[in-house]
Each structure stands twice: as structure tokens, then as C-alpha cells.
Design a protein around this ligand. Structure first.
Ligand code: IGP
Length: 256
């Protein structure tokens, strides 16, 4: 599929199930909480802008956290998270639209819907402040184009975060005028993480873009490394969801 590089079997299976999931019946209209303001507020009081991710499990995680997602989300906000990300992918990440809706109702910070959205009608399944659009999966015959998805997300009031992993994907994100670009340090073909990915791509992003470093950020040193490379914000899941106190895990990274 797409560039000819085979995807990890887990990722191919995620995409196949995403392709089978129905869209929403009606077009949503979102009154989004500003991501820029949330990041600026964090910066202003000395917190690193972190998007903390409620991810009960994943193909690269052992075990599953079974606490109430709302309790986890509230702990992340207490720990200083500027925004949250909630998995809605049901079959491989233990997520749900219900989790997203409950979390968004419980907190004041912007919430990202983390899923594999392939067609515009998939945007209509749930309201969120930010919608993730993964460039790599929006260039196949089965999916709508990145351009169409980006325009459709804006029309509905979402702040689209375009996820890229290569220079070519970054160029495509820039060509659709993406204001928010996430560089995923995890290669979805092999599921390996390399923080050098962000360092390599960040210098090629235009200055006006808000850049998010995604995946593989495990400790305060990684946070500083990504900030030094130009990350305006960080998206962190596993290190915050790992054993222990989610609030303390969040605070440790936010204070790096
Ligand atoms: O758990 P990590 O390594 O901190 O990564 C979080 C987030 O970046 C990761 O969950 C992610 C990035 N892009 C995705 C696309 C789909 C599902 C998950 C993801």
C-alpha cells in the first residue's frame, strides 16, 4: 500500500478495521477550545506544553490500564497537561468515542481525538477540539485525500493536527497549509521509535507552524531534547500511562 513499504501487521489490521467502521450520520459542528491558547497558557506559567494521552493499551504496550478514563484525564490535568488526547480506536487501543465524550465533558482543556480517520464521514462520529489526520494513510485509493480531510476538518470547526513521519509527508502537510503538524517519532511500518525523526524534520517546517513532537518521549531528558529541536508541544502516552501515578508522571514531564 501507498509508498510500497509494508506496514507492521498490527498497523495493517488497524487500518482494515478503521476502513470498516461507519461514519457519522450528520455533519458535526464543533466549538473548539483553542490549542494555541492552551499552549500559550502553559508556556506563560513555565509548564512545557504537553498533550497527555489516555491510551488504555496499544500494539506496543504490555498490559492495559483499566481505570476510568475520566479519572486518568483529570489526574493528567492536575499534573499540568495543557491538552489531552483520547484514543477512540476500539479494537487495538482499547479506546471509545464514549471515553472521548466523557473526558471532554469533564475537563476544560482542548481534547484531541486520536484515531485512524480515513474518510470525511469519520470526522462526524464525535466532537473534539482537535482531530488527528495521519498523512501516511490519506493517500490511498480507499481513503480520502489529506487535502479533502484537512478542508473537511476545518469546515466542521476542528483544529486538524496533521501527523507526518517523513520529509515527503511534511511537504504534503505544508502544501495543505496545516497550522498544526505532529512529527511521529514512531515509524508505523516497523513500530520502532527514533527521536532523531523529529530532529531531522523540524528544521524543514515553516516557522508559523505549531510543531508537536509525538511518541517515544519517556523522561525529562527526552522532553528537553525535543524542545531543543524546536517542539512547541509534546504528545506523550506510554510514559504517562505507565505504572504509577498518572498525575506525578505528567508533572515530571511538564516540569522538565
Ligand atoms: O505512547 P507514546 O510513545 O508516548 O506515543 C503517544 C502517541 O504519539 C502515539 O500514541 C501515537 C502517535 N500517532 C498515533 C497514531 C495512532 C495511534 C497512536 C499514535
Amino acid at each position: 500500500m501507498n509508498d510500497g513499504v509494508e506496514l507492521a501487521p498490527a498497523v495493517q489490521s488497524i487500518l482494515d478495521s478503521a476502513d470498516d467502521r461507519p461514519g457519522g450520520a450528520e455533519r458535526v459542528s464543533v466549538d473548539a477550545r483553542s490549542l494555541d491558547e492552551a499552549f500559550a497558557a502553559a508556556d506563560a506559567d513555565g509548564r512545557v506544553p504537553v498533550i497527555a494521552e489516555v491510551k488504555p493499551t496499544s500494539p506496543t504496550t504490555e498490559g492495559e490500564r483499566t481505570e476510568d478514563p475520566v479519572a486518568l484525564a483529570e489526574a493528567m490535568v492536575r499534573g499540568g497537561a495543557a491538552a489531552l488526547s483520547v484514543l477512540t480506536e476500539p479494537t487495538h487501543f482499547g479506546g471509545s468515542v464514549e471515553n472521548l465524550e466523557r473526558v471532554r465533558a469533564a475537563v476544560d482543556v482542548p481534547v484531541l481525538r486520536k484515531d485512524f480517520l480515513l474518510r470525511t464521514e469519520h470526522l462526524d462520529v464525535a466532537e473534539s477540539d482537535v482531530a488527528l489526520l495521519i498523512a501516511r494513510f490519506l493517500e490511498t485509493d480507499e481513503a480520502d485525500s489529506l487535502e479533502a480531510m484537512h478542508a473537511a476538518a476545518l469546515e466542521r470547526g476542528f483544529q486538524p493536527l496533521v501527523e507526518v513521519h517523513t520529509r515527503a509527508e511534511l511537504e504534503r502537510a505544508v502544501s495543505v497549509d496545516a497550522e498544526y503538524i505532529g512529527v511521529n517519532n514512531r515509524d508505523l511500518a516497523e513500530l520502532v521509535v527514533d527521536l532523531g525523526t523529529f530532529e531531522d524534520l523540524a528544521p524543514h517546517a515553516p516557522d508559523h507552524v505549531t510543531l508537536v513532537a509525538e511518541s517515544g518521549i519517556g523522561n525529562p531528558e527526552d522532553v528537553r531534547r525535543m524542545r531543543d529541536a524546536g517542539a512547541d508541544a509534546l504528545l506523550v502516552g506510554s510514559a504517562i500511562m505507565a505504572d504509577g501515578d498518572v498525575e506525578a508522571n505528567t508533572r515530571e514531564l511538564v516540569s522538565a
